[in-house]
Design a protein around this ligand. Structure first.
Ligand code: HEM
Length: 409
């Protein structure tokens, strides 16, 4: 079979980012494994193929997942090479991966995650207090951006006063690893990444000296000893994985709930919220694409690929496959099998924060339904997305409601 090539597809182009689904559906039907020159990778779009790849780590290595999508210029690459990072979780293969996974699973136990519930609820309430009287807000900036970040930073143990700095570093990491910045910007961002890694290393050293009640302390005191460089790499990865994804999921979810009218149904029946979270992950995932690289020659979807082939797994296409999800382009919060979505991955790398992400979305949706039941999308506000391969959510979401008139002093 000749190699299908998607010459006209650029996953970082604005037109694609605005609405990638029709393009992905076309490729899934016409050529479910297709070479995409714009990113020099093979894109895989069928559900069964994506699931097979995720569950065969011996053939499909995860070492690619944190590499820059576009190669860095030599100066930026040299700066970044000075950062003492080692592969740990999402970019690590067995058997090493298992060592990290078991320590992290203990540190992120369901009990520790469930214990965060009251603090998440209280923080969300405080953030809503700040704008509830205004009648109009960019809810991404006011709530969806700060809440998951403060939650994960608190879990790791980072001081609240450092949150803005850490958020800025994470945004830089997103741009340089999953976007396509100019060389001068790459150099600037590489320096910031090294600063961020140094900050994480300093924080681990502090906790090694004086453990506290947080996840980093749990890692430094775990009996299956990890080195400081390994723990630094772990919290560097976690500080990013734990909030960009959830900020975006919250934005995608509220946008589709309001646009589809399902918001009213949620208001009447809160038991629908967990299904709405799953359907959002299926319908418009905050991680629409993820990566692997082949360790040997292999055939996928009738296309023969040599060892070393870099793959983009298009969850956003697989999760709209009609044979798996009937009427896939309909946002249906009652869809019985929405939980089969692939957004959190599958197999040994299945997202460790899935429970926390689900809990944050449930708490926020329930709270907004209580406090701002008449919420609606502000008219004529275009939704824009950050130009990157793997993290999708509205950069801004203007919403309105009927705020109570201010009382006379
Ligand atoms: C909507 C929210 C989220 C989405 C869509 C998401 C998605 C993903 C995906 C696709 C993977 C890779 C799976 C694979 O390679 O097979 C992953 C791994 C991971 N995620 Fe998440 N994630 C989310 C939230 C979180 C949160 C809140 C945390 C932390 C508290 C987190 C921590 C992790 C970790 C540690 C891994 C690596 C697991 C491993 O390699 O064993 N994620 N996530």
């Amino acid at each position: 079979m000749t190699c299908p090539v998607a010459h006209d597809l650029d996953p970082l182009a604005m037109g694609f980012l605005d609405d990638p689904f029709p393009v992905l559906a076309r490729w899934r039907e016409e050529a479910p494994v297709v070479y995409v020159p714009a990113i020099d990778r093979w894109m895989v779009t069928r559900y069964a193929d994506v699931e097979r790849i995720l569950t065969d780590p011996a053939t499909f290595s995860a070492t690619e997942t944190q590499q820059p999508v576009h190669p860095m210029c030599p100066e930026a690459a040299a700066i970044l090479a000075t950062a003492p990072l080692v592969p740990t979780m999402s970019n690590c293969d067995p058997p090493e991966h298992q060592r990290f996974r078991s320590v992290m699973s203990r540190a992120m136990s369901p009990r520790r995650m469930a214990a965060l519930r009251p603090a998440i609820h209280a923080r969300a309430n405080e953030l809503v207090d700040r704008f509830a009287g205004t009648g109009r807000v960019d809810i991404v900036r006011a709530l969806f951006y700060p809440l998951p970040a403060l939650t994960i930073f608190d879990l790791i143990g980072f001081p609240a006063a450092d949150s803005d700095r850490i958020k800025t570093w994470c945004a830089g990491k997103l741009e340089v690893n999953w976007g396509h910045p100019e060389p001068a910007r790459q150099v600037e961002l590489a320096r910031k990444m090294v600063e961020f890694v140094d900050y994480c290393a300093g924080f681990v050293a502090d906790r090694r000296r004086a453990p506290a009640d947080d996840l980093t302390s749990a890692l430094v005191t775990d009996e299956r000893v990890l080195s400081d460089a390994e723990i630094t790499s772990l919290i560097f990865a976690l500080s990013f994985a734990g909030h960009e994804t959830t900020t975006n999921l919250l934005g995608n979810m509220l946008r589709h709930l309001l646009a589809s009218g399902a918001w009213q149904e949620i208001g009447d029946d809160r038991a629908l919220i967990p299904g709405a979270v799953e359907e959002t992950l299926r319908f418009d995932s905050s991680v629409p694409m993820w990566r692997r690289v082949t360790t040997r020659a292999v055939e996928i979807g009738g296309v023969a690929l040599p060892a070393g082939s870099r793959l983009v797994l298009a969850f956003a296409a697989a999760d709209r496959e009609p044979t798996m999800f009937p009427e896939p382009d309909r946002f249906d919060i009652r869809r019985p099998n929405a939980r089969r979505q692939l957004s959190f991955g599958r197999g040994i790398h299945l997202c460790l924060g899935a429970g926390l992400a689900r809990m944050e979305c449930e708490i926020v949706t329930d709270l907004l339904a209580d406090r701002l039941p008449g919420l609606r999308l502000a008219a004529d506000t275009p939704v824009e997305f950050s130009p990157n391969l793997s993290f999708r959510g509205p950069l801004e979401l203007l919403v309105e409601w009927d705020a109570p008139a201010p009382t006379e002093a």
